[in-house]
Write a new protein. Structure first.
Length: 364
C-alpha cells in the first residue's frame, strides 16, 4: 500500500496559505456483499456494487499549513449540516491519522470540514461510504495540487479509492461511477484488494438504467456497526463457505450482467442479500436486523412478481431498509407495487450514478 502511494514528501516542503476544496461523493449499494475483513479493510471476498446518483455527501474542507506537524492526532473542526459534530470529528480524526501514513503532508495541515448529506440524516441511509470517499478524494486532490504531481483523473480516483478503503471498506466503491468491483478476483482483470475498479465494459446496456428505490423501513441508526459485523465473521462457523460462495456468486453475476439477464441477476442479488442477514442471524452474538415490515415487503414483492412478471428485485444492506432494484422501464410497476403496500414510510428513489463531482467553492 505504501509503495502504491510512493510518497516522498515527508516533510513540510510546500508553500501554502489557506485554501478550500469541495467534493460530492455518492453512496453505493453492494450486490455481492463485502462481509468479513482482514486488517486495514482488506476484504475476505470480492464485492460488486454500483454508485447511486442522488444519495450523496458533499464535503468542503478549509485547510491551512501549520508551523510544525501534529503528533498523535490532527487539529480539526467538523460541522455536519451546520452544527459541530463531535462523534464524526473523532471518526475523521482517526481516519486522517491513518491516512497520514500514506500522505505525510497531512500532518502539516489544520482542518475545518463542512459536510452535508443529500438524503435526510434521519433516513437510516446515512453511510460512511459517501462521507469517507469525499474526504479521501479531497486529500488526494490536495496532494496532486501541492506537489504538482500532474496525475490524471483515473490515477487520482484509484488512489482515493485505496485511501477511502482505509476509512471504510465499502467507501472504495464510491469513487467510481456506475458498476465497480473491489477485491482481487480472476473474473475481472486488474481487480485488487486495495481499491475498486470500473467494470462497465463488462456490463450489458440493459443494466445501464438500473434504479434503486430504498424503502425506509426504519430511520434509526444501525444497531450493529459494520465493523462489529465484519468481526463476527472471524469466528463464524460458515465463514469459509461464505467466502467461497461469494466468489461463485460473483462469477455468476458477471455472466448475468454481461448477457443482460435480469431474471438471473435478480435471483442472485436476493440470495446475496438474504445470505448477509443469514450470516448475522447465525453469528455469535446474533443479530436480527430485518423488521417485520422488511419481511412483509419481501413477501409482497414475490407475490407481485408472480402476478405481473415484472423485473423488480430487492437487496439489503446491514439494516432493515429494502432496496428495490429494477430497470427504469419498470418504474410504473414499481409505483403500483409501492401503492399496493400502503406504506407510511419514506421511499428514496435513486438510480445508477455518475460518480464523484468536484464543486466550486464559492465563499472561500
Ligand atoms: C453490508 O464498508 O461499512 O454494506 O469496512 O468496517 O467500514 P467497514 O464496513 P462497511 O461494510 C459494508 C457492509 C455491507 C456490504 C457492502 O457494502 O459490500
Amino acid at each position: 500500500m505504501k509503495e502504491f502511494f510512493n510518497n516522498k514528501y515527508t516533510q513540510g516542503e510546500f508553500e501554502l496559505g489557506s485554501n478550500s476544496i469541495c467534493y460530492s461523493c455518492p453512496s453505493n449499494i453492494a450486490l455481492i456483499k463485502y462481509w468479513g475483513k482482514k486488517e486495514t479493510q482488506l476484504p475476505r471476498n470480492p464485492s460488486l456494487g454500483f454508485s447511486l446518483e442522488d444519495a450523496r455527501t458533499t464535503t468542503k474542507l478549509k485547510y491551512s499549513k501549520r508551523g510544525r506537524p501534529w503528533d498523535d492526532s490532527p487539529d480539526l473542526k467538523f460541522y455536519f449540516e451546520g452544527s459541530q459534530n463531535q462523534s464524526f470529528a473523532m471518526k475523521v480524526s482517526g481516519f486522517i491519522t491513518k491516512a497520514s501514513e500514506y500522505l505525510p503532508f497531512l500532518r502539516w495541515l489544520d482542518f475545518e470540514f463542512d459536510s452535508s448529506n443529500s438524503f435526510p440524516h434521519s433516513s437510516g441511509m446515512a453511510s460512511s461510504a459517501s462521507a469517507m470517499s469525499a474526504i479521501a478524494l479531497i486529500f488526494v486532490d490536495i496532494e496532486n495540487q501541492l506537489f504538482n504531481l500532474d496525475q490524471n483523473q483515473d490515477v487520482i480516483r484509484k488512489k482515493a479509492s485505496a485511501l477511502a478503503r482505509i476509512g471504510s471498506g465499502s467507501a472504495c466503491r464510491s469513487l467510481l461511477p456506475h458498476f465497480s468491483v473491489w477485491g482481487e478476483t480472476p473474473e475481472y482483470e486488474g481487480s485488487s484488494d486495495l481499491f475498486a475498479i470500473d467494470i462497465d465494459k463488462q456490463v450489458h446496456q440493459d443494466f445501464m438504467d438500473i434504479c434503486d428505490s430504498v424503502v425506509i423501513v426504519s430511520s434509526q441508526v444501525k444497531s450493529v456497526s459494520s465493523s462489529h459485523g465484519h468481526k463476527l465473521m472471524d469466528q463464524h462457523p460458515f465463514a469459509e463457505n461464505r467466502y467461497l460462495q461469494a466468489r461463485e456468486n460473483l462469477s455468476k453475476l458477471k455472466g448475468h450482467l454481461k448477457k443482460g439477464d435480469w431474471v438471473g441477476f435478480g435471483e442472485l442479488i436476493e440470495l446475496e442479500a438474504l445470505t448477509l442477514h443469514g450470516l448475522m442471524m447465525s453469528s455469535s452474538p446474533s443479530y436480527t436486523l430485518l423488521r417485520p415490515l422488511s419481511l412483509e415487503i419481501i413477501e409482497e414483492l414475490k407475490n407481485f412478481r408472480t402476478k405481473t412478471n415484472c423485473d423488480i428485485y430487492f437487496t439489503l444492506d446491514a439494516g432493515p431498509n429494502i432496496h428495490l432494484i429494477y430497470p427504469h422501464k419498470e418504474k410504473e410497476n414499481l409505483l403500483v407495487f409501492l401503492r399496493s403496500l400502503n406504506l407510511s414510510c419514506d421511499v428514496h428513489h435513486d438510480h445508477l450514478g455518475s460518480g464523484p463531482k468536484k464543486l466550486v467553492v464559492t465563499n472561500g
